[in-house]
Ligand binder design. Structure first.
Ligand SMILES: Nc1nc2c(ncn2[C@@H]2O[C@H](COP(=O)(O)OP(=O)(O)O)[C@@H](O)[C@H]2O)c(=O)[nH]1
Ligand SMILES: [Mg+2]
Length: 243
């Protein structure tokens, strides 16, 4: 059992995963007595796994682990696999490979969990959020529309479901993730929906954020799928799939 698990889903991240590992590991070493960083290589076609293995060897790092998925499952699939089957932290967090959310922000999320919340999510859309480098205009727009849709269709009440940094207690993990059905970018909305359905206490916390230029989100395909997935979640819920 470790205090804290950080999961980094990684799909073709060979150019930035080493830098991110170095950055988060240094911070976690200074903050925790026991932690683990689990990188999930989501069927990458580049050298992501090699870079991570080299990092583990060079740093003689027992805290960093690598899970290799043979085929690409999508961010949600990678997170589900790791958070359920390859982590043992009392608190478990998933965190984007580009480190757009500065790692120190974890501290605020953990304070919320320590004060009794089951889930704490970083948010770019609250008045006190500090956006140092914004996303391109069309992505900000997409994000806002998507979150308004989620509210209109009564899926979640949150202002920003898509920020890549979310923390869960072990208990919340056990309730939510076995019920997760969606494996791509809509999975954030789905897990928050399941969490609310089960009465878990969730808090949205303003974060600092500095966007990294490159994104794996497809301009047209992903928003359309995410929109359709709103109805899929509704349907699954109606059919009792989340019970
Ligand atoms: N797109 C995509 N990202 C994945 C996949 N599996 C894992 N990821 C990870 O999901 C995270 C978020 O991706 P990113 O491109 O930064 O999204 P954005 O910040 O919302 O533009 C990164 O850590 C990716 O490596 C996958 O199948 N597709
Ligand atoms: Mg990103």
């Amino acid at each position: 059992m470790v205090e804290f698990s950080l999961i980094i889903p990684a799909y073709n991240e060979e150019h930035q995963i080493e830098q991110t590992l170095k950055y988060v590991r240094e911070y976690l070493l200074s903050e925790f007595l026991s932690f683990e960083i689990v990188v999930v290589d989501d069927g990458s076609t580049d050298h992501t796994s090699d870079v991570v293995e080299k990092f583990i060897e060079e740093h003689k790092s027992k805290e960093v682990k690598l899970i290799k998925l043979p085929t690409n499952r999508g961010k949600g699939g990678a997170v589900k696999e790791a958070i359920l089957n390859h982590t043992e932290g009392k608190v478990r967090c998933y965190y984007d490979a580009d480190a757009s959310t500065p790692i120190e922000e974890i501290k605020k999320l953990l304070q919320a969990i320590n004060s009794g919340y089951d889930i704490a999510i970083a948010s770019r859309a609250l008045p006190e959020s500090v956006i140092e480098v914004p996303q391109p205009y069309h992505r900000q727009f997409m994000g806002k529309i998507y979150n308004i849709m989620l509210r209109i269709f009564r899926l979640t009440k949150f202002k920003d479901t898509q920020c890549g940094c979310k923390c869960f207690t072990e208990n919340a993990v056990k309730i939510i993730f076995p019920r997760q059905k969606l494996m791509r970018f809509s999975f954030d909305a789905e897990i928050l929906y399941i969490a609310e359905k089960y009465g878990l206490k969730i808090i949205e916390i303003p974060t600092r954020w500095r966007n990294r230029q490159e994104s794996r989100v497809h301009l047209l395909r992903d928003p359309i799928k995410m929109f359709l997935d709103i109805f899929r979640i509704k349907l699954y819920s109606f059919l009792g799939y989340y019970n």
